[in-house]
Design a protein around this ligand. Structure first.
Ligand SMILES: Nc1nc2c(ncn2[C@@H]2O[C@H](COP(=O)(O)OP(=O)(O)OP(=O)(O)O)[C@@H](O)[C@H]2O)c(=O)[nH]1
Ligand SMILES: [Mg+2]
Length: 497
């Protein structure tokens, strides 16, 4: 079975908790803190693979989970990281994160990935698709869901004023969300036309493909791919089911399969020379293409098919009819059966493909505006979060040389001041009687805070003070016993209330 769309639930690994532990040695009664860090949760990584050609596996495994990181232990023993889970997908797979805006969503708050949120949101609003990766080259990888960072053990929190820290962080939860996968073929040329126009026959004549061919409409129900060679150049051609008037509204086989010509450099629009009016046929298909994304702007070549033995006059009349609808149309007359005009047509297609190669990668991406870094680069970007000096909070020495180290240090992009400033920003909003604090960095701290550990919670309160959040809360009327919520975690403004 050919499957080109699939829904999956993804859950990356949770980070392990940091340990609270003190050194015990025979002659040293009061050893220093030696609690090790929790291990990072496993990422879910998608990898484009040339030997995978359908998304069918996702129908059988709709839930994908990466392993959690292990907790840290005494003697600075770091917890083992959860292993990344590599999932193979066909080349041409676009991955969309389903984002659900819940009715009472916090304005401007960064979307959170906790399971509660997904559940709440699923009840309230329609999902929006956000493109998060587009895997178009064999071997290309992308981290689709990030594992949570491990929490720091108390060995990290030793400072002159805090000789015996009881603080350790909990591990962050891994990202968890629903994703939609869409397979869009990587063809150079896309065949479009009414049913029975001769699309599959053309493919069978110019390539190694052996599609089904018959004298009735809708012979083709799933896309066929074939490689044609012209002047030593290969052209990957996609043959799809025929379109009819109203396809966009679901008539015939609908128009969803147009996704398989969505990345092509050029469309080859085939029209049966025996149609009553080739211009009308041309217009019908053009209207359907217009209703499907930006395909209407794709370079197009038109060819009248089945022209062997047809009167020159009739061919001219049909061509004129097409030109009356689009004076710039490039129209060929061919016969797949008699091999007439095929070479010239392939040559023209090849020229357009070559011409388009400059801007082509745009077409090949699911969304040209979206730049999607691959896994290595993303890992490098994450080097920004805990571990970089920006993460450190005054008075606290947080060491984390190894954390998120990029595989190739030369690839680490420069992180501009703006990025960090943005991460440091926060805001306070009052909803009912709860003060909700949002902001990338403060939420990250909160996620790593163990609310059951008073020392950890006080550290979070300290950080809020340093960020000026405490002052803002007070000015907005927060009392010592007011409830503060950050990243879904709730606690009182001041201890013991
Ligand atoms: N005489 C003649 N018949 C042709 C030629 N090309 C295709 N045909 C016939 O046209 C009919 C339809 O051909 P297909 O290739 O199945 O058409 P299609 O566009 O793929 O049709 P769908 O898959 O239903 O959309 C078949 O009976 C073919 O034999 C040609 O060059 N000359
Ligand atoms: Mg066909």
């Amino acid at each position: 079975m050919f499957v080109d769309v699939a829904r999956v639930s993804l859950k990356a690994g949770k980070g392990g908790n940091g340990a609270v532990s003190f050194r015990r040695e025979i002659y040293i009664p009061k050893g220093g803190p030696d609690g090790g860090d929790g291990g990072k949760g496993g990422d879910i990584v998608f990898k484009a693979d040339k030997d995978t050609d359908s998304l069918i596996d996702f129908r059988f495994t709709p839930i994908i989970t990466a392993p959690d990181g292990k907790n840290g232990a005494g003697q600075r023993a770091a917890g083992r990281s959860g292993e990344d889970l590599i999932v193979k997908v066909p080349i041409g797979t676009s991955v969309y994160k389903m984002q659900v805006q819940s009715a009472g969503d916090r304005a401007g708050g960064t979307p959170t990935e906790s399971s509660d949120d997904v559940g709440e949101a699923a009840r309230s609003g329609p999902a929006e698709r956000l493109l998060i990766a587009d895997l178009i080259k064999d071997g290309q990888t992308a981290i689709i869901a990030h594992g949570g960072d491990g929490g720091f053990g108390n060995a990290h929190f030793k400072s002159s004023t805090r000789q015996a820290p009881l603080i350790a962080e909990v591990g962050e939860p891994g990202e968890e969300f629903e994703a939609e996968l869409e397979l869009k073929s990587m063809a150079d040329v896309g065949l479009v036309g009414l049913p029975n126009a001769g699309k599959s026959t053309f493919l069978s004549v110019v390539s190694n493909a052996t599609p089904e061919i018959a004298d009735y409409p809708f012979t083709t129900i799933t896309p066929n791919l074939g490689v044609a060679t012209i002047d030593d150049k290969d052209l990957l051609i996609a043959d799809i089911p025929g379109l009819i008037e109203g396809a966009a509204e679901g008539k015939g086989l609908g128009h969803d399969f147009l996704r398989h010509v969505d990345r092509t450099a050029v469309l080859l629009h085939l029209i049966d020379v025996y149609n009553d009016d080739a211009g009308e046929s041309y217009q019908t298909i053009r209207k359907e293409l217009e209703k499907y994304s930006d395909l209407k702007n794709r370079p197009e070549i038109v060819a009248l098919t089945k022209c062997e033995g047809v009167d020159e006059e009739i061919i001219k009349m049909q061509m004129a009819s097409i030109l009356s609808k689009n004076k710039d149309a490039k129209v060929f007359a061919i016969s797949s059966q008699a091999h007439q005009g095929i070479t010239e047509l392939l040559r023209e297609l090849s020229a357009v493909v070559a011409e388009m190669s400059f801007s082509r990668n745009n077409y090949r991406l699911a969304s040209p505006e979206t730049y999607i870094p691959d896994a290595t680069e993303k890992a490098a970007r994450r080097a920004d979060v805990p571990g970089s000096p920006a993460y450190d909070v005054e008075g606290e020495t947080v060491r984390s040389e190894k954390r998120h180290s990029a595989k190739n240090p030369t690839e680490i992009p420069t992180i501009s001041l703006n990025d960090n400033t943005l991460k440091n920003t926060w805001k306070v909003e009052k909803k009912d009687d709860v003060f909700i604090v949002s902001g990338e960095k403060i939420e990250k701290f909160a996620r790593r805070t163990d609310l059951d550990n008073y020392a950890s919670l006080n550290r979070l309160r300290d950080i809020m003070k340093r960020y000026g959040i405490q002052a803002e809360l007070t000015s907005q009327g927060a009392e010592p016993d007011s409830i503060i919520e950050i990243a879904g975690k709730r606690f009182t403004l001041v201890e013991d209330w």
